[in-house]
Each structure stands twice: as C-alpha cells, then as structure tokens.
Design a protein around this ligand. Structure first.
Ligand SMILES: [Zn+2]
Length: 363
C-alpha cells in the first residue's frame, strides 16, 4: 500500500499535469535504457528459495515444464523467503528487491509459466519488465494506528534507479483475453537502521496469488483466457511498476477482463476483506460474489488518501480492484510487519477467493 498523500506530493513538486513517470526528456531516456539493461543483467540469480534450482525451460506451452517441488510450496513459504532480513525490506531498486525478483522468477520458471516481460538479447521474452524509478525521501506520518514510514519524491534531477516487474502467464485458448492476478513485491527497505520486512505488505499478496497459480497448475485444466501473474515493483513509490506495465502491457489492454490485485491480505478478522476500485466493475462484482460464497464480505471502501496498483488500471478503464484485509493499516509500514503478524488462514482464504474469481472469468 502506498499513501496518496505521499503520491500527491510527487505531483505537487512538478509542473501541473506532468506525471513524473510519463514524458521523460529524451536524453534521460537514453540513460535509462543503459541503466535498465544493467539492472536486468545484475539481478542476482542465486537466492535461497528452498527449492532445487532448475534450468530455464525452452518449450513453454499452457503447462510448460513443471517442477513438482514448486507445487508443494505454500504462501507461508513465500512470505518467509520475501520477509527474511537478507532481502532487506525489498525497497524498489535495491539489491534486496533484486533478490526478491530472482526468487519470483525462479518460481515462475519452476511452475513452467511463460515469460511475458521484455525481450532479452536473444529475442526471447524474459520474466522481467524493466523501468526506472525516481529518487525518494523517507518521512514519517501519523495515521490511525500510529507512526508509519512513507516515501515522497526526492530530487528528480538525479539519475533514476532501475527496477522491474515480474510477468508470467498460464496461456489460455483465447490469446486476446486475459485475467490478471497481481501483487506488488516491493516494500520500504531499511531506514534508520530498522528493517521493514513487509510480510503483510505485501509478501502476503504475493503468496496468495502464487497459491492460486499453484492450484491451477495442479488441476491441469487449460484456461480459456490467459491467466497472467504480475508482480509489481515500486508500488510504494506511487504505483510506478503497474503504471509502466499499462504503457507497455504486452497483451491488449482491451482484452483484460479483470485485474485482481492482492495487497496486504493477511491480518485482522478472518472473513473481513475490503476492496478499492473507482466504482462498480467486473472485477469488483466478481470478487464480491465469490467472497459471499466464502462467507466473507468485501465492500468497496473509501481510500482516505491511500491507494494501490488498481489505480492506473481504473484510470485506463480496465476493470480492476485491490483485495485487502479490512484492517490492513494495522502495523503497516512498521518494523513490526513480520511473518508472525500474518495469519496463514487469512492468506489462504484470500487465495481461495481469488482462485474462485479467476475460475469464474478465465475458465
Ligand atoms: Zn505499502
């Protein structure tokens, strides 16, 4: 989750109508291209994932080469890996985030999913979709539950930092149609010597959608619509990753039937979820219907200055919504957002709701 307050400060520091991640000067774009290339090449390839590493698959179909050990993993395993101190709070553009990216790419490969990111030097698609982020400065803000760390815009004249979304898909029989399951994998990093592990925000969302994909692959039924997994970076810096995807989605935007974004799903009362969206849409209606089937509620709630990665999809008239725990703000953006704070039952319920939603639309 990131704060609209911080996000608006991004815009306030720039000329009116100029979105910071649109319309970069041409000279900077050239610098970016080099930086981006470096970032992709420098993403660490070795991180302790708890699974045996497998070579990159060459032939990908609806179900590529699936390594059975990857199907046995759970959302709690994912949360434990992503929130470990070695990943240093996964700040967008950091080495710790690079390790998280390597972990997610390894999972995509192990599950036999088709890479849907940028094209590599050999012309083949990668799992990474690179972009760059503006420098940020940290500040504390007082919210309902206490003091939270936020980002606002640093000096925009500085060279920007490379980062990447991770994109993969289970390809359906209708190439033009997609249902997107997404979650941001970045968090706040380390500040003033304190680690912000981001177990609930948003390793929980990442684990919940990985669980959906593991379940779909175990069932082995090819979907009609493509089911895309998208792990956004730089959500905490103003939805930069999801915004970059919308500019270069790789699938027709008009063919996206719904975006189900999971953000901070693992705390609070078990059956109480909430949604963010710009009103009624297919994604909202579907999630609400399946939440009822799971004896749960998921009302659309006011943003109160916060937002998540459904934001740019909604702006572009793509049906999208963010599923979250109703009391998501608790311990959010604090060093106390550790794996023990996350309730595995709640993550499993979120995953079940998302699974049923994908099933309704993609199969
Ligand atoms: Zn957040």
């Amino acid at each position: 989750m990131s704060t609209r307050r911080a996000f608006l400060k991004f815009l306030a520091g720039l000329s009116a109508g100029f979105l910071p991640w649109y319309g970069w000067p041409e000279t900077l774009k050239k610098v970016d291209a080099l930086a981006v290339k470096a970032s992709v090449e420098n993403f660490p390839s070795a991180v302790n994932t708890g699974s045996a590493a497998i070579p990159a698959g060459k032939a990908f179909g609806a179900f590529g080469r699936v390594n059975p050990s990857y199907l046995k993993r759970t959302a709690s395993d994912d949360i434990a890996v992503l929130a470990q101190p070695a990943l240093a709070g996964r700040r967008a553009g950091s080495a710790g985030e690079g390790k998280a990216a390597a972990y997610l790419q390894d999972q995509m490969r192990g599950l036999g999913l088709q890479p849907l990111g940028d094209r590599g030097a050999d012309g083949q698609r990668l799992y990474t979709q690179a972009f760059t982020i503006y420098p940020v400065v940290e500040e504390f803000a007082n919210f309902y539950y206490g003091r939270h760390l936020t980002f606002s815009l640093g000096d925009p004249k500085d060279l920007r930092t490379p980062s990447a979304n991770i994109l993969a898909g289970l390809m359906g029989t209708r190439a033009a149609e997609s249902v997107i399951l997404s979650a941001h994998y970045d968090h706040m990093g380390i500040f003033e010597g304190n680690l912000y592990p981001g177990a609930n925000d948003n390793a929980s969302g990442v684990g919940s959608i990985l669980d959906v994909m593991r379940r779909l692959i175990k069932e082995g039924v090819r979907p009609k619509s493509n089911v895309l997994l998208a792990f956004w970076s730089a959500e905490e810096m103003g939805f930069v990753g999801s915004s970059a995807f919308i500019k270069n989605p790789g699938v027709p935007l008009g063919g996206i039937r719904a975006v189900f974004n999971a953000d901070t799903v693992g705390n609070g009362s078990l059956h109480e979820f909430a949604l963010w969206a710009d009103g009624e849409n297919t994604a909202v209606r579907t999630l609400q219907a399946v939440a009822r089937e799971c004896n749960s509620s998921a009302p659309v709630v006011p943003n109160h200055g916060y937002d998540s990665d459904q934001y740019y999809f909604n702006l572009n008239h793509v049906p999208a919504t963010t599923l979250m725990a109703r009391t998501w703000l608790e311990k959010n953006h604090t060093p106390q957002d550790v794996p023990d704070f996350v309730n595995p039952q709640k993550v499993a319920l979120a995953s079940d709701i998302l699974y049923k939603a994908v099933h309704r639309l993609a199969f």
